[in-house]
Design a protein around this ligand. Sequence first.
Ligand code: ATP
Ligand code: MG
Length: 751
Amino acid sequence: RPAPPTPYLEGLNEQQRAAVEALDGPVLVLAGAGTGKTRVLTTRLAHILATGRARPWEILAVTFTNKAAREMKERVGQIIGEAVEGVPWLGTFHSVSAQILRRHAELAGLKSSFTILDTDDQLRLLKQIIQAENIDEKRWTPRHLASLIDGWKNRGLKPEQLGEEDKWSFAEGRGQGLYTLYQERLQTLNCCDFGDLLLHTLHIFKDNPDVLKIYHDKFRYLLVDEYQDTNVAQYLWLRLLAQGTGNICCVGDDDQSIYGWRGAEVDNILRFEKDFPGAEVIRLERNYRSTAHILGAASGLIAANRSRLGKTLWTEDEAGEKVAVRGIWDGEAEARYVAEEIENWVSSGRAYSGSAVLVRAAWQMRAFEDRFIMLGLPYKVIGGPRFFERAEVRDAHAYLRLVRSPEDDLAFERIVNMPKRGIGDTTVQKIAVTARQMGVPMTEAARVMVGTDEIRGKARTALQVFLRDVERWRDQAGQSRLDELAEIVLDESGYTAMWREDKTPQAAGRLENLKELVRSMGEYDTLEAYLEHVALLTDADRAADEDEVSLMTLHGAKGLEFPLVFLPGWEETVFPSQRSLDEGGTRSLEEERRLAYVGITRARERAIITFTANRMIYGRWQTVIPSRFIDELPMDHVEARSETGYYDGGPGFESVRQQPDAMASSYSSPGWKRYQASQTEGRRSAPPTINAKATLIESGDTNGRWKSGDRVFHDKFGYGTVKKADGAKYTVRFDKAGEKKVVENFLRELP
Ligand code: ATP
Ligand code: MG
């Protein structure tokens, strides 16, 4: 047949084109950040459709977020010049597995209407189990058990498959038993947690060759983005599916594997050729995203990792601006600086949405939020406290879940007395016990009990009314639109009224959220579709659509790109994190470095790294030193400077505290020495007024408790001599620890 027109192939470079056109057999595209891996995957999908190799429902494509899946679908539509009605199997591992599991739920002991639990529900259930087993939940926390179970599920292990070592975990060897009980409970409740979506489908495929065959016949092509972050369960799952046609194409970058802590195995990508014999490995080397300086800085940094395959990256882009490294006094000043840089960016005609602030840990966000709010600077936190995790939203969901499936005990417990109806804890407890004895859901047990004297008085009447209401809403569910149903349920149950009468300051916000919830339900046809959508939302799905600055964690920024990227908090113990340092060894430190690499490579035009000298950590001021990652940046691509108060403007000490020499001298790391050297080479231009102020303070160090020359004692750094006083802050030369900037409160008179 004649070759169809393929204009979309034209813009690709030779390797990219090869990756798009190598349709038969296993293909691995292994390449650095910004080389077009995702673009190749998208074009490949379009190419398969355009050449008639497969129809939309014959392709399985896995992306890292639901949002990425939506974007991919849109782009495919643009490429082949017609709207793609739907690529039903394009989504995250979780959403695709959920779809498969709905079709074969009975093989996992579930009904197809199963509910997907979120973390909160999961923890509550585990807590109940731990309590019922008389285990000290203070010592052996539900959270700990949850993370063990998640870990086992990530490795594809059912309770009976745990190895010797795992069997001995938790409460002196009760982990396995508790895992078993938990799975049994989930089954009774017709629920599954996140990890189950994969675990169940994996075992359905393994144990039922006929089912696996359905999917072998169905999926002509498998496409996987961000392959470096797949865990063992996902890998096994893919491998089973790939036994069908063998047409599997994975793209990834070993240098961007950042989910090891969550069970991802970078080995998956390293042994691709072994697992998929005859695999073609294609490397892309040209970066289309970033300027040469950004790319140079990132490449230099990641070169410090030992366990990596190593790659060449080049760009035809102009050099651009060097990566900026800025030393700043403290977190507040850092937020001020970032906000000011964003304002400058916007006044030069750029959009807020072109900028992103990428933090290592969520707690870092607060200072930025405070500042942005104060300035009225539009921003969106991606991955903050999620809408769907708010109490009122979860209560509303619980109502709807119970309406949908009477066996949802977790939902029942959550709302049976919410708002207060006089059905107290004792009654709920009684219902739970009876339900367990009878082997029926709590709704059913309650129905039986209201007809007896087990429950009396007010509780009995209230329970009768409640059960009747739920029954009526269930009838209603078949006839009303989803948003109408939600409104009816929330009104008739007295839930909305409860918040309307609530006098706390949060009540108004909660009512707003409920309204928003009802509104968003209008977009879905069925409750199933809506709840599935909600259950599978990931943090990164909330990416900004409006003209707003994105504020998010580095982990959430994977795969994204922004013209201007801020990377704050590059300090030892913040980034690399305390945890990675505590663990020692290179494994977790290298993962932190990969995270730093991911951060820098998100930037297209400008990357600005900041670090502070003082950081409030767990409510205490701490003197911090610049991250080793700053040392590792190749100086050729970096322009380092200690900001000296020009963003402060006001009089006072602020600018002096940021006096560069005073700060620089507190550090002894090689990076700092280099940095100081760069400054003496004349690359710094501190405003003269600052120096004047500095002199002023240095001679006037009498206003604090100590003056220069005094001997002092510091809990952490030991004995020392005050060199300089600056209000409540001191530069002290410690006998052992060397020179540090410290806060007065931590200094003591000589004991
Ligand atoms: P990451 O590792 O961060 O996920 P990636 O390898 O998936 O990056 P893409 O996001 O696909 O890279 O591409 C990076 C940028 O380069 C995008 O803006 C993309 O549109 C652009 N790009 C990729 N290939 C080309 C090309 N051949 N011509 C022009 N632009 C391209
Ligand atoms: Mg990508």
